[in-house]
Design a protein around this ligand. Sequence first.
Ligand code: G6P
Length: 612
Amino acid sequence: MCGIVGYIGKREAWPILIKGLERLEYRGYDSAGVALMQKDSLLVYKKKGKVSELKNFVGDKNVISGVGIAHTRWATHGEPSDVNAHPQKSNSGEIAVVHNGIIENYLSIKKALIEKGYHFESATDTEVLANLIEDIKKNTHSNLDEAVRFALQEAVGAYAIAVLSADEPNTIIVAKNGSPVVIGIGDQEYFIASDATPIIEYTDKVIYLDDLEMAIIKDGNLTVKTIKNEIKNPYIQKLEMKIEELEKGGFPHFMLKEIYEQPRSIRDSMRGRINIQDGLVKLGGIEKYEDKLLNAKRIIILACGTSWHAGLEAKYFFEELAKVPVYVEHASEFRYRSPVIYDNDLVIAISQSGETADTLAALNLAKEKGATVFGVCNVVGSSIPRATHAGSYTHAGPEIGVASTKAFTAQMTVLLLMCLFLASSKGELSKKQMQDILSELDGIPEKIEKALKTNEEIKKIALKLKDAENFIYLGRGYGFPLALEGALKLKEISYIHAEGCPAGEMKHGPIALVDENMPVVFIANKGNSYEKLISNMMEVKARKGIIIAIISEGDTHVKEIADFVIEIPETSDVLMPFVASIPFQLLAYHIALLRGCDIDKPRNLAKSVTVE
Ligand code: G6P
């Protein structure tokens, strides 16, 4: 939520900042702005709306500067508007701040500043921080870095900030607590960003600040210290990301590109981790804590959104194959309950971004209560993998479309591998069973290639259903979490109300909604629940609902019942969710496209949710 960018060095800052903001727009797009250092003043341009609107607004105005900070916003304090856009300036106009996070005690600080004569134009907590820094700087006659450091000792909450001061033209101060920030190190130049994507084309050397640390970039030098003034020796990491991964590669939207990348991303998530011949799974990242997994009496999964749905699929994997009970928790609920945790519980935190504030807080709570915590994350070096004891990355590559697609199937891949490792170590699966599942898993990317061929058929179905006001998604067993995920995808990007539900629960409520205008999507592959699903389908048909069924290739029976069918290659129940995800994702994509929605940047959403 919110992206920050900064540059200081020998190049022109403006193009670097704008390109950086475009890369970070997945974090929010309510407004965008920049502050550019001039000789002894700050030039600030900001605009409600997307980065493209900021670019249009700036047009050919002066942007010449070698030092600047920029921001793309997901509104928390104050509606999306020009005034609430960042950078926020102090009253004198000398200090500018960009901020990702929330200063929780901003009201009390604001009150004290108002009493001292400060005034506020925006509703943001960030303007309060800018004025607090100014106030401290003036009263203590300190440099910007010291003023920021003192201000952060007063501020309570989450932040990644970059700060400029007009009287120190060769300085940027960066600080972090809770929200992420990366600093790229070039040749006498520095790049600042919420993640590494704006940095990768300039340098592969980066440092990730830890919580309560700040970086002082001054006259070409970088110093890292804590806000308590202890000097740190930062670890310089090498980025592994490739620039092509951040571009659309000929696809009209990142979401479509990412849907089509799934055969590759699933293969990458398995690579080096499976040995079909010996029926073995090896996950290097959890090796040191394997005994915790093997001895776990139960597994608690913490996640949000799509990652929560991957966790729900994992429950089905672990309980069926490894015979371990699994509890799947919404991180935002778990952290505010009084959850009962035993020291032989294993917690798995799932997160694409690795930054979701609720998931991070929930796992920290579980850690405090003595649990061992594994992470299943996509973004290397992000906060969640750094907070967990051990974990396995999904190797999906950067996911930029706000609606998660390839991260979901990559998460399921890694979770299934964890489950298979456990099941075989515990003797719940024989070598032969392991060989069979692993070789089927190995064939999944090919089945997904085939499922992607349903694209044209799905486009036609989307054209018929694009004006529906509601949708119901139904599935049983492994199809149930998928029904939830299918409904979420449609909601997120097309703004059609959609509800996912276990097919067996339909008769307890959702069936009241079914009439000739209600599309009902069934996951009706050939598997354990096939007959039962057919009965549910008949119940919908009897009430004239519009039936869209995802079926196993060659199923003629459902074809006679359903209004529309989407045929996918047959697989076992366990592996069905990987293949059946594809038509859900494509259906949501095409409906949203036909409705003229902004697919990669759906309204009100953001990809990295760093607020509670
Ligand atoms: C946001 C995104 C979702 C994502 C969820 C959890 O809501 O829009 O796509 O599933 O956050 O994010 P995480 O990065 O923790 O998987």
